[in-house]
Design a protein around this ligand. Structure first.
Ligand SMILES: *Cc1c(COP(=O)(O)O)cnc(C)c1O
Length: 471
């Protein structure tokens, strides 16, 4: 049988290991992974031979096997969590790591994690201190809040607040705000886990102040407003404003909390984005407690920021659960450095990538797309098609779901490759390039490109359109 004779030609592990292709890897890939790669490639060939699947005799050549094993070894050695090129134009892309950190924040993070720090040490007193003081001061300064606390993320912030203030008691929320925020964060579920009792009022599209008032009992613990995030109700629609909720809270002596979700310190409407209440405004309008994410519109690291009345914040801080949800020092370092940039709003807009990307002028995006298109055309690859056109980006992170800032898109095609294959090849490359597929077209939005992303795109397309046989 042909397979029998081919089987005899399958190289031995040691023969493959001795090849230059693998010896060259020894400096960069740990030996156990090289060995594992060789075994995987040989097992695959053996399996295919046994199953009678067509194996070309060339595939058994020593050089060929060693080449395949080297590629496999490099893959095994690659970290799982890797840099990718975000060409989707979704700025706060939760699947791609949300916000990029400002240079200052990256520097601080590295500095403070190479050395010991005063994380929980009061230098003036020479005694144990609190990790929360490092950002509480600047948060109060920037927002006018009485007190501040930070935890692991906003889900934790909401959970800790409900658990501390309303376990066993009723929390009144408008039905139109009982939302699910991607990745399985559902307000009703979080509330149930916290021990608070959900009391929903109003209808999906309309809630009136009297709905809140009618629902208040002696067991009411909190009035809650939730930002509907990734979801927008248009048309016949009415919510009770924070100001109206404040009046009711005052009348019945109840605390009022708002989960802002993205929570921005900046009003983006001058840049053509939606007018959303800022964190400062929510506090000024009377929220006793507001919570928001550190890595959405704030543009910092993953964190949950809680601001508000000192007496309430103290109850949260003292809750034993806080220890389980606590923020780590990497985050604190990056968060403090990010917040410092907000002391000069113009500086924040220039240096915090999330803010910079959201406010980029169209002309700049246009120039950038044109420059990238020129570089691709200069490759003079007949199979590569490149054009630019107008399109729209998205904010992402559940913020401003209806906002669609105008952007410039590169439309790319490679002859002999379908757009779905092209999308996949870019995604599986190194670094992976995440593009947009729209109406059968492959689009790259330049708004979210950073650093040497252009270089990565040029290299990847040169390879795909230059290869004699497309991979
Ligand atoms: C994003 C979001 C959350 C969850 O925040 P994480 O920081 O992802 O934990 C909670 N509530 C609202 C309204 C949100 O938009």
């Amino acid at each position: 049988m042909v397979e029998q004779s081919l089987m005899a030609r399958l190289p031995k592990v040691d023969q493959v290991l001795a090849r230059a292709e693998l010896a060259a890897l020894a400096a960069s890939v740990p030996r156990p992974l090289i060995l594992q790669a060789v075994r995987l490639v040989l097992e695959d060939l053996r399996g295919r031979l046994l199953a009678g699947q067509g194996v070309e005799p060339e595939e058994l050549a020593l050089a060929q096997v060693a080449g395949a094993a080297a590629a496999q070894a490099r893959q095994l050695a690659r970290p799982s969590l890797r840099r990718v090129v975000n060409a989707t134009g979704v700025v706060v892309h939760t699947n791609l790591g949300r916000s990029l950190l400002a240079e200052e924040a990256c520097k601080r993070l590295v500095e403070l994690n190479r050395a010991y720090s005063n994380l929980e040490y009061d230098l003036a007193a020479g005694a144990r201190g609190s990790r929360y003081v490092h950002v509480a001061g600047i948060l109060k300064e920037l927002t006018g809040a009485e007190a501040a606390l930070v935890v692991n993320n906003n889900a934790a912030a909401v959970f800790l607040s409900l658990q501390s203030l309303a376990a066993g008691r009723e929390v009144i929320v408008s039905r139109g705000q009982l939302v699910e925020i991607g990745g399985s964060f559902r307000i009703p579920d979080v509330m149930a886990k916290s021990g608070a009792i959900l009391r929903e009022v109003g209808t999906t599209n309309k809630t009136h102040p009297r709905d809140f008032e009618n629902a208040i009992t002696s067991n009411t613990g909190l009035l809650l407003k939730v930002h509907t995030s990734n979801f927008a109700v248009v048309g016949f629609h009415q919510e009770v404003s924070l100001g109206q909720m404040r009046q009711i809270a005052d009348r019945y002596h109840l605390p009022l909390m708002e989960d802002l979700g993205s929570g921005s310190l900046v009003d983006f409407s001058p840049w053509g984005l939606a007018r959303e209440p800022t964190v400062q405004e929510a506090l000024a309008e009377g929220a006793d407690l507001v919570t928001f994410s550190g890595d959405k519109l704030l543009g910092g690291p993953q964190a949950g920021v809680i601001l508000g009345k000192a007496e309430l914040i103290e109850r949260l801080r003292a809750n034993p659960l806080n220890r389980a949800l606590r923020i780590d020092k990497l985050t604190l370092a990056a968060l403090e450095a990010t917040l410092e940039l907000y002391r000069e709003p113009q500086q924040a807009l220039r240096q915090i990538p999330t803010l910079r990307m959201l406010c980029r002028p169209y002309q700049e995006l246009r120039n950038q797309a044109a420059a990238l298109a020129r570089r691709l055309k200069a490759l003079k690859l007949p199979r590569l098609g490149v054009g630019t056109r107008e399109g729209f980006s998205r904010v992402g992170g559940g913020a401003m779901p209806l906002a669609a800032p105008r952007t410039r898109l590169l439309e790319v095609s490679v002859q002999g490759l379908s757009t779905t294959r092209l999308e996949e090849s870019l995604r599986l490359g190194d670094p992976p390039i995440i593009a947009r597929l729209e109406d059968g077209r492959l689009l790259l939005d330049v708004r979210t490109l950073v650093g040497d992303d252009h270089e990565a795109i040029v290299q990847a397309l040169a390879r795909l359109a230059g290869a004699a046989c497309p991979v």
